[in-house]
Design a protein around this ligand. Structure first.
Ligand code: UD1
Length: 374
């Protein structure tokens, strides 16, 4: 404990999906007397549309510190977070460091904190794609094996960690923080489709940013052709991540996307509203797989694997190859069940254990009250 015996907790976040996961933890900790919760932003994402817009929509307090690491190669970015975050830890002397998700900032901050002997917790632990070509997979493994405390979003993640030899004492099955945010803000997330002039439940929403999909022009070209074919049948809207935007500067790729409506990255509330109004989502994002499953919106994930298998076994998610998008989309859009796209009726969504809006509160209970969630 620090001076005045307040529990000082630092949350480290760096990239867009981290902010969504931080929000419910920040709100739960803010309700606690005797807790000082500080936010350190690594600056991995720095564009207003990738960062500030999220802090505003999610109502997260401004970061205490911004490490301003910016974009760089994996090693340089990770190293910059480590060097700068070490100084921050030495200055702020936290009792706990919380890291989120699977971005480079996550692994870097975990490594710094444990080496300083600071108790470290990983929020969204136990996810594995078993695909070592994904940078996120390295980050997940590092964070999980270093952290003292692992907060898992689903029961299968507990089994995964146990299978890697991590003792149950270190694991708390608290539920899904990303879904906490969705539940809290769903009522406010309205009108995204109308603002873009898109028909309710009559359009396809696309997000793509994984290096495996966008860095190889041949793969990206195949995906673009598929999306363009879909756009001949119904509107396709594509908020473009900066990484993808750079790749699409290639004229041949831009041409292959003919008919697809490209827009800037959208803030959280607009994105949630668009997901909920879409007939179908095509993505390679991790969080979007969970959000579509929770909302019962059909989702095609353009990847050979997922670290969130529950979205396939229990949810609406289907894995597809780059060349399979059109066929899979037509099948999904033609789903004759009432819950399918195009239907005005309610969509059926699975009920997944502890995807209930209370994960952030459970994390606060574990950290502050020593409560257990096994
Ligand atoms: C990162 C995460 C990824 C996560 C994604 C969410 C890693 C290894 N990857 O990927 O897991 O799903 O965030 O969006 O941590 N750029 C900008 N403005 C920004 C940020 C990035 O223009 O605010 C551009 C830069 O050219 C940069 C590129 O996007 O080089 C990639 O950014 P980076 O943070 O390295 O990885 P992401 O692809 O965003």
């Amino acid at each position: 404990m620090t001076a005045g015996s307040r529990l000082r907790i630092i949350s480290v976040v760096g990239a867009r999906p981290n902010f969504v996961k931080l929000a419910p933890v920040a709100h739960a900790l803010a309700r606690r007397a005797g807790v000082e919760h500080l936010i350190v932003h690594t600056g991995q994402h720095y564009d207003a549309l990738m960062s500030d817009a999220f802090f505003a929509d999610l109502e997260i307090p401004a970061p205490t510190v911004n490490l301003e690491v910016g974009s760089a190669s994996h090693a340089k970015q990770t190293a910059a977070v480590m060097e700068r975050f070490e100084d921050t830890c030495l200055a702020l002397e936290p009792d706990w460091v919380l890291v989120y998700g699977d971005v480079n900032s996550t692994a870097a901050a975990a490594l710094v904190a444990v080496k300083l002997g600071i108790k470290t917790a990983h929020v969204e632990a136990g996810l594995r794609s078993h695909d070592r070509s994904m940078p996120e997979e390295h980050n997940r493994i590092v964070a999980d094996h270093l952290a003292d405390l692992l907060f898992t979003p689903s029961r299968d993640a507990v089994a995964t960690l146990r299978g890697e030899g991590i003792p149950l004492e270190r694991i708390e099955f608290v539920g899904n923080v990303m879904i906490d945010t969705l539940i809290r803000l769903r009522g406010k997330a309205k009108g995204g489709a109308a603002r873009l002039g898109l028909p309710e439940r009559g359009f396809v929403l696309v997000t793509l940013h994984r290096p495996g999909n966008v860095d190889d022009p041949a793969v990206l070209g195949t995906i673009c052709q598929g999306l363009s074919a879909l756009a001949r049948e119904r509107p396709v809207v594509f908020p473009v991540h900066p990484r993808t935007r750079q790749r699409l500067a290639e004229p041949a790729l831009a041409q292959a996307l003919a008919g697809v409506r490209l827009v800037d990255p959208v803030p959280y509330l607009d994105m949630l509203s668009l997901i909920e109004s879409a007939a179908l989502v095509v993505t390679d994002s991790g969080g979007v797989q969970e959000e579509t499953t929770f909302l019962g919106v059909p989702c095609l994930t353009v990847r050979p694997n997922t670290e969130r298998p529950i979205t396939v076994t229990e949810g609406t998610n289907r894995l597809v190859g780059p060349g399979e998008i059109v066929g899979a989309a037509r099948r999904a859009l033609g789903d004759p069940r009432g819950a399918g796209p195009g239907s005005a009726g309610p969509r059926s969504a699975p009920v997944i254990e502890r995807w209930d809006g209370k994960a952030g509160e459970r994390i606060a209970e574990v950290l502050c009250d020593g409560k257990q969630y096994k």
